[in-house]
Design a protein around this ligand. Structure first.
Ligand code: 6LW
Length: 505
């Protein structure tokens, strides 16, 4: 393997799962309320990763249209068995625990079948499903027993620990009631289980401690996929808690034999910034780290930061949207088109704003800590602009239309606006994330947003600055991350050009 960059995949890509098939690697991550859902990245060297498509590209595959903030596509497992790609995932507060298949990981994937309880009364209740087969072909689904329905305790979802059932994939029905397995070293939220058979022994890898600073990975070993499992004396194999490491919250891992025959672990982490490294602007990203084996137990190396070179993306909308564009609880093609006007993406307002659950918003993940985005828009037929969102309650916009440009910060119910006159219908809107100026001693923040605009043929006007901490996973308590995109709130807004560049210096 040439270079192990970390982040392995920049921007909000949590809960990674990876499978190697004939020297090619396929990695899937969570997407929550965004569509298309469940991106698949492909690599042959674990250095360069290409987004080749998504599992959920059609309405109905996931049921995220009405999921609450943070619900939706949680924590996939991708595997390959008998020539078929399998992906299991929980559509949290949506359809439930689902099984997708494909012969090509780039798609098309199946419609998604609910994994049903043994008595057929509904979907298996739990999150983070794993799928594995024994030598006889028996299929095991191992999952975290978080009871999101609240049926056991409406005030606090109960957690039944790591659970497992054998499943008949022909009927998608469990063959038994869930049984409990080893559930870690006693930390909260045992989850993200994955089963591996290595040299005749079965290993159960899990995350525990919760996805924040206490996150960790532990492992146990047993004689069969059902156990009984005994925990490793080396647990936790991974944790950044109480360390000065630049990558924190490391956990939720998946193991794979890498390009050089060496084992690797992909896992989630965050890159917090500020004097005390308090604020993770981009959310949970995918990282990777080497694994070594001794005495029948794996050891996972601490995750080393090794950022990729900066990138620049420029889009002029003269062809189909690439796979990076996403929308909220609906597909981009439901709210925007490339046919209404040549070399333009036209957004069609429908009365919603970014405060709504299904805004007319099409965006891309913020992938770099230092970042600058410019969108050239024509607002002669409407009102809209450029925004960065974590969710409906935490977003920052710069909007044009009706002869005015307005910067707007909506932060958990706190709102502030700045306005300036605009004498043109075509305008470049700018939304930049920059390191904060040296300030008050150790106290600082992750970044500062700089909002500005350049009227067609004019000079850039700086309109507002907003502290970036308010759009971090620690402040928004969001499973997702920053998504920067274009939106419309009235009429039609034509996007003529998009440019995003950034680095992680
Ligand atoms: C995921 C679980 C978790 O299913 O959060 O905090 C969920 N841990 O592993 C969404 O990322």
């Amino acid at each position: 393997m040439s270079t192990l960059f970390n982040p392995l995949i920049n921007g909000f890509h949590p809960d990674p799962s990876v499978v190697g098939v004939d020297g090619v690697y396929y990695l899937a991550t969570s997407t929550f309320e965004y569509l298309p859902g469940i991106p698949i990245h492909r690599s042959t060297d674990f250095e360069t990763w290409e987004l080749i498509g998504h599992v959920a590209t059609r309405p109905g595959q996931l049921g995220v249209e009405k999921v609450p903030t943070g619900g939706g596509a949680w924590a996939p497992t991708i595997r390959h068995h008998d020539g078929v790609f399998h992906l299991v995932i929980t559509d949290a507060m949506g359809r439930g625990m689902l099984h997708f298949t494909a012969t090509d990981a780039a798609g098309p994937w199946s419609d998604g079948d609910l994994l049903l309880k043994a008595d057929g009364t509904g979907t298996i209740e739990g999150i983070d499903p794993d799928i594995a087969w024994d030598a006889d072909g028996a299929c095991f689904v191992t999952f975290s027993g978080l009871q999101l329905s609240g049926a056991l305790n409406p005030n606090q979802p109960a957690h039944l620990g790591i659970q497992q059932v054998r499943v008949d994939l022909a009927t998608h029905r469990a063959l038994e009631e869930p049984r409990s397995l080893w559930s870690g070293t006693g930390l909260m939220f045992p989850e993200a289980p994955h089963l591996y058979e290595v040299d005749g022994a079965w290993y159960l890898l899990i995350a525990e401690g919760g996805t924040e600073r206490g996150h960790s990975i532990s492992i146990a070993r047993g004689p069969s996929p059902e156990g009984p499992f005994v925990g490793s004396p080396g647990n936790p194999l991974v944790s950044a808690r109480s360390t000065p490491r630049p990558i924190q919250n490391t956990g939720h891992g998946d193991l794979v034999v890498g390009p050089d025959g060496e084992w690797l672990c992909v896992l989630l982490g965050v890159r917090p910034r500020s004097g005390t490294r308090a604020f993770s602007a981009l959310g949970r990203e995918t990282f990777a780290t080497p694994v070594t084996w001794a005495d029948g137990w794996p050891a996972i190396a601490p995750v080393e930061l090794n950022p990729r070179p900066g990138t620049r993306a420029e889009v002029v909308f003269d062809g189909p949207l690439d796979h990076e564009w996403v929308a909220v609880r609906r597909l981009p093609t439901e709210i925007a088109d490339l046919e209404s006007r040549s070399s333009a993406l036209v957004l069609h307002a429908d009365g919603t704003t970014l405060a709504d659950s299904r805004p007319v918003f099409v965006g891309r993940r913020q992938e770099h800590l230092n970042n600058a985005v410019t969108a050239r828009v024509d607002v002669s037929a409407g009102v809209g602009g450029l925004a960065v969102r974590y969710d409906e309650a935490f977003r920052i916009e710069i909007e044009a239309g009706g002869g005015t440009v307005t910067a707007r910060a909506s932060l958990g119910g706190l709102h502030q606006e700045w306005s300036a006159p605009l004498g043109t219908d075509v305008v470049d809107l700018h939304l930049d994330s920059r390191r904060p100026a040296p300030g008050r001693g150790i106290v600082s923040t992750s970044d500062m947003f700089h909002l500005g605009f350049t009227p067609d043929g004019g000079e850039r006007v700086e309109l507002a600055q907003v502290d970036g901490r308010f759009l971090s996973s620690e402040v928004t308590e969001s499973f997702t991350g920053r998504v920067i995109g274009v939106y419309a709130v009235d009429g039609d807004v034509a996007v003529l050009r998009w440019a995003a560049e950034g680095d992680d210096e």
